[in-house]
Design a protein around this ligand. Sequence first.
Ligand SMILES: Cc1cc2nc3c(=O)[nH]c(=O)nc-3n(C[C@H](O)[C@H](O)[C@H](O)COP(=O)(O)O)c2cc1C
Length: 317
Amino acid sequence: MIYDELIKPFFVLAPMDDVTDVSFRQIVASLSPPDLFFTEFVNVDGLTSQGRDRLMIKLKKGKKDRPIIAQLWGSNPDNFRQVASEIKGMGFDGIDLNMGCPDRTIVKNGCCSALINDRDLAGEIISKTIEGSNGLPVSVKTRIGFNTVDLSWFDFLMKFDLKVITIHGRTKKEMSKVPAHWDIIGEVVQMRNKQRPDILIVGNGDVENRQDGLEKVRKYGVDGIMIGRGVFKDPFVFSTSSPWNQYSPQEKIELFSSHIELFRTNWPNGERKVAQLFKFAKAYINNFDGASELRAQLMNVKTTEEALDILRGYLVA
Ligand SMILES: Cc1cc2nc3c(=O)[nH]c(=O)nc-3n(C[C@H](O)[C@H](O)[C@H](O)COP(=O)(O)O)c2cc1C
């Protein structure tokens, strides 16, 4: 079981939809890998319908992004069981259930963070997923409450045979607008210590780098740290001493080009929109003369070839 093998405290790359696809995960893995990867969230109701092929791109993984957890979301417990039963065969190390996404449409459909207020359905989803999991560890990633902080949610989750609870330290209502409440994450750790010392707690929210993560481990007692947006500021975010500040414009552009090449190899038939790549432009192309002009040029491209040409042109000029 993967969680028995991870040395505490462990670091996790957060799932970020349309960001942490297989291409970007290979980049992070090649620079300074976390101890654990997650896929983007993938909908079980879609995976068990005619839309399956379109969604399977979310479950594509590479050679370097290991170990890796498949993250699922949806509304129908039987679909969770069905998809869970296939995950081991696909080579994943665990199954995570998204019970934190605050997206308005998703919540309206009763999924993800809406489950914080629908304990019957949340419980059924967890139970059916465990039933289907073929012994793979099952975890939940969630927030500290729906409209207000709600510790009863964690009392509830701790009744199940979950191996890990990952806590994003904000309520659903807070979206990403306020600093994460690490003190509440610390309170859940105390509850866990009393009620279910076997469950691992991963803390998440605003962690900037490894050092920051280690300080939060000491202060709040979490077993692991998950980092999401920090990777945009520094793709070496999991390293003990990042060379990113010393990277030359040329090195940054070469790294972005490798990412685009990987994207092209993984999605040769337009399975993903090229525009997705330009969410990254700011992450790679920053802090040098001409960076904003170069980013502006990239914003209008339609193909990976065009993007690579522009980047090559900049290097030659
Ligand atoms: C663009 C984007 C997409 C996200 N997609 C997912 C997702 O698919 N599944 C999930 O559990 N969380 C998702 N999240 C939330 C992150 O995993 C994480 O909980 C959040 O960004 C807070 O961590 P951070 O402050 O380290 O970024 C997403 C966040 C962002 C910014």
